[in-house]
Design a protein around this ligand. Structure first.
Ligand code: 5GP
Length: 118
């Protein structure tokens, strides 16, 4: 699937749509989900143009992959949820109900979580 430069997260990255930013570095941007499914629900996205986890793991340089996952760890620290616990999840494709075609890692925290979210 070709990357759609007008998807909502591409527009957030370009500053065309506002977001509640949690963290940003050269590799990633993290912001609160507009429709939270847990007391803490943050999305961490790579700055490169990657549709999904499959696109990212196949095509991103190693430092971009490391950068995204280091950013997830930093977000957990910033939110103060390392001790209490958190869950990360990335939906890929139709069966997983991926809605936005720019890779995003969900981070859920803030309460005991059920066995599945989303
Ligand atoms: P997916 O189902 O693709 O894994 O999740 C997409 C997520 O993006 C959903 O949890 C949805 O609430 C969130 N989302 C969609 N549009 C926006 C937006 O404009 N701003 C923010 N902050 N989150 C969004």
């Amino acid at each position: 699937m070709a990357y759609d430069r007008n998807n909502v997260f591409a527009r957030i990255l370009r500053g065309e749509i506002p977001c509640r930013k949690v963290y940003e570095d050269e590799w990633a941007l993290a912001f609160h989900d507009i429709n939270p499914l847990a007391p803490v629900h943050v999305l961490v996205i790579p700055k490169g143009e990657y549709v999904s986890m499959a696109d990212f793991t196949a095509n991103a340089p190693a430092e971009a992959v490391a950068g995204l996952f280091r950013a997830v760890g930093k977000v957990a620290e910033i939110l103060g949820v390392v001790e209490s616990g958190y869950r990360i999840l990335a939906n890929h494709g139709a069966n997983a109900h991926q809605e936005v075609p720019h890779l995003h890692v969900h981070l859920f925290a803030g309460a005991p979580l059920g066995p599945m979210l989303k």
